[in-house]
Design a protein around this ligand. Structure first.
Ligand code: KG4
Ligand code: ZN
Length: 384
């Protein structure tokens, strides 16, 4: 069984192909390809992701990326194919709002053979609606033309499942708590069994990644500021200034980071540029520490409250070095009962592999996957 995963929820175009692997007990599947094309350079100028531009860029890159993903494992085979009138009409209808993709899809569909793929998994949401639609519409065309079932995937769930590359889900100890921290989300999610989710903590305003990006912008750091703040912080003093840790002592498991952003704004307001320049690394370290302190403290609080046996980190911010270190340290010291699961830092940011893997496990345990492509829509605020 082979699964193609497509991710276009934000500003990374991700395509991956995995293959169920019966021989290897350690890993239930093989990764045949895993490609990500980042649009960061385009959005940088605007200080954040521009949905219309994201839509355009996804349309431009999806087909070249798909071709390369198929080519690597030898699944791209030249063969002329013709479409009948009805098929042409349907393809045009599906891509009626994706002109660029429509132009690119014909030379691909009609010059290559249907590849040996059994399922097409695609991110359905949450995410930027125009961006989500490009991946979904590509998946719809492929599903229709090649007669391959589609599996719509929740983006938050896939940020959790990317951690299970080498995990036997049957052995995962429950309850589990996932902290999903990205540019759009800061959520604590309780799992009493797999595929059973309850959001126990959520962002009341800015997400953690957004806080990194917005405070970074105040310091003149390009979007996305998270990884740059993380790097600069390595040589900074996190005790340089005590920025607020919003809601850290509240019994609620919710998060609020907009106050921290405002505190940074006021801190910088009366400082001279030379001072800011001199202490940029220290300010970064102090901001990062404030965000990480809140995330670690709330996750620990949640783990204790629900007696969690497993803690899972996901989302772009989960690639933050300090967050990973502090989480490990704090749990080893304060709550040894829980096992912390993380994946490689680079797999925490958006990619196609997370989509394919989630589909693999959904197929294995839930037996879903018989979806009609006509019924799949982008859902910008889809909940887990
Ligand atoms: O999951 P993701 O790739 O996209 C969304 O679903 O939003 O997360 C992107 C976010 C950005 O806000 C980015 O600044 C942040 O993750 N990020 C980081 C790091 N790497 C990415 N934040 C802090 N430290 C990092 N190393
Ligand atoms: Zn994401």
């Amino acid at each position: 069984m082979r699964i193609l995963g497509i991710e276009t929820s934000c500003d990374e175009t991700g395509i991956a192909i995995i293959e169920a692997n019966r021989e290897n007990k350690k890993r239930e599947f093989k990764i045949l390809s895993d490609l990500v094309f980042s649009q960061v350079k385009i959005h940088k100028k605007w200080g954040g992701v521009v949905p219309g531009l994201a839509k355009r860029e996804h349309q431009k890159i999806l087909i070249p990326l798909l071709k390369q993903s198929l080519e690597n494992p030898g699944l791209l085979i030249k063969e002329k194919t013709v479409a009948n009138k009805k098929q042409m009409a349907m393809i045009k209808k599906i891509l009626s709002r994706d002109e660029i993709l429509l132009k690119k899809i014909f030379p691909f569909l009609f010059f290559y053979k249907k590849p040996a793929i059994d399922y097409i998994a695609v991110t359905q949401g949450p995410g930027l609606e125009p961006a989500l639609w490009t991946g979904i519409n590509l998946a719809k065309v492929l599903s229709f033309f090649w007669k391959i079932p589609i599996i719509p995937i929740n983006h938050i769930e896939s940020h959790i499942f990317i951690n299970f590359l080498k995990t036997d889900l049957k052995k995962l100890k429950m309850p589990a708590i996932s902290l999903v921290v990205s540019g759009g989300h800061t959520q604590l999610i309780l799992m009493n069994k797999i595929f059973n989710y309850k959001i126990i903590g959520d962002a009341r305003d800015d997400a953690a990644g957004e806080c990194f990006d917005k405070t970074g912008r105040l310091l003149g750091i390009d979007y996305p500021a998270g990884p740059i703040i993380s790097k600069l912080s390595q040589k900074g003093n996190s005790d340089f200034f005590a920025f607020p840790r919003p809601m850290i002592n509240s019994p609620s498991l919710d998060f609020s980071f907009s106050g921290l952003k405002t505190a940074v704004l006021y801190f910088l307001k009366d400082k001279k540029p030379v001072f800011i320049k001199k202490h940029k690394k220290d300010i970064c370290a102090a901001i990062q520490k404030a965000i990480v302190d809140v995330l670690v403290s709330k996750t620990l609080k949640a783990a204790k409250k629900y007696q969690a046996k497993t803690i899972i980190l996901g989302g772009g911010v989960a690639s933050n070095d300090l967050l990973r270190k502090e989480m490990k340290k704090s749990f080893a010291k304060n709550f040894k009962d829980a096992r912390l699961i993380t994946t490689k830092p680079k797999l925490n940011t958006d990619n196609g592999l997370m989509v394919a893997i989630t589909a693999f496990f959904r197929l294995k345990y839930k037996k879903d996957g018989k979806n009609n492509f006509k019924k799949i829509n982008a859902i910008a605020d889809l909940k887990i």
